[in-house]
Design a binder for this molecule. Structure first.
Ligand code: F6R
Length: 254
């Protein structure tokens, strides 16, 4: 697992967007897995800027959505589909047929949540999966639990996630208690994974995650340690505790 510590959120977003651009330059038909939440907003903004500056062509790129709330209309301004359209999808030259969002309707029609995983496979698999991390260690909406689901599934949101994410809702009464999320295997199958963590709220979990010597469902992100191609991009605020501990371990060894 490569770990890149940046000075601030802007540098983190720059680094993440440059990696995504490089991926598209190397393979114009790249398949991208997209996270939502606060952390990647600026990364997406930089991708839009690169598109406007003619630095990238999205016409062959395919995108898949990491997770979506259950029970919100796709046009609801609090849905992740809406978020992705607003921040990236509608602002670059992605083709409609190359945009695969997790919609309740699609999944109901196919009667199987696993249809989404098969759709990803049929499109050649994800080349680059962008992830954020919850302050409880969740990835997508794979929340800490005794068991983790392999494939795309309906997940019950942790109390902590509901509390944190409700603050971002325009209509707080609409905060769902469930979501559809790619599972651990769905994420793991991506050829490359970029995990972003920003701000002091992520400092504890990033310390626990990076220093964890076990794979544990109580910190779902730890399964990423088994993957051979993960880059963690973390700003100084989120890296604070991890860097303190690293410094202490280092002192101890010497
Ligand atoms: C969102 C997602 C979540 C977020 C995580 C961090 O698609 O899958 O796992 O990445 O909750 O959210 P922020 O970035 O808002 O701190």
């Amino acid at each position: 697992m490569d770990i890149i510590v940046t000075d601030d959120h802007d540098a983190l977003s720059n680094k993440a967007s440059e990696i995504i651009l490089e991926c598209i330059h190397q393979k114009p038909g790249s398949v991208l897995g997209l996270a939502t939440g606060r952390t990647p907003v600026e990364t997406y903004r930089k991708l839009v800027q690169a598109y406007e500056a003619d630095r990238v062509d999205f016409s062959h790129v395919k995108v898949f959505h990491l997770d979506e709330y259950l029970g919100l209309d796709k046009d609801d301004s609090d849905s992740y589909s809406y978020y992705l359209h607003e921040t990236l999808l509608d602002k670059v030259n992605l083709r409609k047929e190359n945009i695969h969002l997790i919609s309740e309707r699609l999944l109901e029609k196919r009667r199987s949540l696993h249809h989404y995983d098969r759709l990803i496979d049929r499109n050649g698999g994800i080349d680059l999966q962008l992830l954020g991390i919850g302050s409880n260690g969740h990835i997508g909406f794979n929340e800490p639990d005794t068991d983790l689901y392999l494939d795309t599934h309906i997940a019950k949101l942790a109390k902590e996630t509901i509390r944190t994410n409700r603050t971002l809702f325009n209509d707080k009464s609409k905060m769902p208690s469930k979501a559809i999320t790619m599972g651990i295997r769905s994420v793991f199958k991506a050829r490359r994974i970029i995990l972003l963590a920003s701000g002091p709220d992520k400092s504890d979990i990033m310390n626990d995650f990076i220093h964890s010597e076990t794979i544990t469902p109580s910190i779902p992100a730890t399964f990423l340690k088994l993957h051979g191609n993960v880059t963690v991009i973390i700003d100084k605020a989120a890296a604070q505790k991890y860097l303190d501990k690293k410094g202490n371990d280092h002192d101890h060894i010497n």
